[in-house]
Design a protein. Sequence first.
Length: 128
Amino acid sequence: MPLVGRYADGWNAPIGMTPQEIAGRLTIVREACTRAGRPSCDIEVSAFLILYSITDVPLAGPVSGFAARMLRGDRIQRSLLAGSSKGISQKIQTYLDVGVNHIIMNVQPPYDPGLLRRFAKEVMPTFR
């Protein structure tokens, strides 16, 4: 992270990092910027999130998250977007609130055009 602060203009947070972990790393980056004498520390930050499902079924999101944790581990579960469009929007907002500028959306095959349309219609307008 000190190298990011000293030389970089962008940082891609690894998949599975929570907003709090990203905020902690960005503190290290800002301190490194100051030590390096960089007049501005405008680092573009991106986070990887996995779009899994959008549903209005109560508790479907938490159940999907639990299953992901059991099958793939905590890192995948932390990055999973599953549940209501409102819940997904709120999760994305937590990343933006700590300084993430870009969300890199991971969608696993088989690709569901309906899921992508619903994301575009119900979630994306929240952030325009």
